[in-house]
Design a protein around this ligand. Structure first.
Ligand SMILES: [Zn+2]
Length: 263
């Protein structure tokens, strides 16, 4: 079975840019992790996960390179990555201006965000992991501000894409989530909530897109790609879906971005 890879329409035309949102299609893992699980931290067979990384890198043109991941904490720490490494430490966003450094974010419902810029200062790539807690803390917005202060890249020069994540069709939340989001983000949060039969559903991607725009990224440069992870069971791991139907045991899919050393 072929790997599932979503890309942002139009981004393929950017010379040297490598990016993609992978799903669970293809891969070597079995059972609850079936397919391309890329997390060593969810109980899957480590050899299968290693093989999955090899398959993934070969497919997306990253063979021979590392995919840098971080220990995601649902927080707002932004990590600067200067050279390829396996583990960048604890955080929920990474930024690099080094060619040949590919940044990866692992998700199963949370929003994977990838960003890129090419300016006279050089090329820059970033990833963000935004679940509801990260969204509450404004991790996407903080990443944009960090890029400006640390790298001198204006939000106006950024292109951002939000990948497959749980949608407002499936992401039912309670007041424990809705209330703090409304208190912190006001109308932006309210616009991302949907009421149906007395239940409340959250559109995490819509809220994060609004936060990116509020941070200064032009709306025309913010893209959303891929389906709802909880709806698309064949294509994507979904923590919420597996928690509803079972023990919450599932894999994680990878989203990544970086610039090739040549080009
Ligand atoms: Zn859905």
């Amino acid at each position: 079975m072929d790997l599932t890879v979503y890309r942002v329409p139009g981004w393929e035309a950017e010379p040297g840019l490598r990016h993609g949102f992978l799903g669970r299609g293809g891969g070597n893992s079995q059972g609850a992790y079936a397919g391309l699980n890329v997390s060593f931290g969810v109980g899957d067979d480590p050899q299968a996960v290693k093989d999955n990384y090899c398959d993934m890198k070969r497919t997306v043109g990253m063979a021979g390179n590392r995919m840098v991941t971080m220990q995601q904490r649902h927080g707002d720490n932004v990590i600067d990555v200067a050279e390829p490494c396996k583990d960048a430490g604890e955080g929920d966003a990474m930024v690099t201006d080094a060619p040949g450094v590919y940044l990866g974010v692992l998700t199963a419902d949370c929003v994977p965000i990838v960003c890129r810029a090419r300016t006279s200062r050089g090329r820059l790539a970033a990833v963000v992991h935004a679940g509801w807690r990260g969204t509450l803390s404004g991790v996407a917005m903080k990443t944009v501000r960090h890029i400006e202060s640390r790298y001198g890249t204006s939000p106006r020069d950024l292109w951002c894409a939000l990948g497959p994540a749980i949608g407002p069709c499936c992401y039912e939340i309670g007041a424990d989530v809705a209330d703090p989001l409304i208190r912190t983000w006001g109308d932006k949060a309210a616009a991302a909530l949907r009421e149906s039969d007395g239940r409340t559903y959250l559109d995490l991607r819509r809220l994060n897109a609004a936060l990116l725009a509020a941070a200064g990224v032009p709306e025309g440069r913010i893209a959303t790609t891929g389906p709802c992870t909880a709806c698309a069971a064949e294509e994507f791991f979904s923590y919420r879906r597996e928690t509803k139907d079972g023990a919450g045991v599932t894999g994680r899919q990878a989203s990544f971005i970086g610039w090739a050393e040549t080009d």
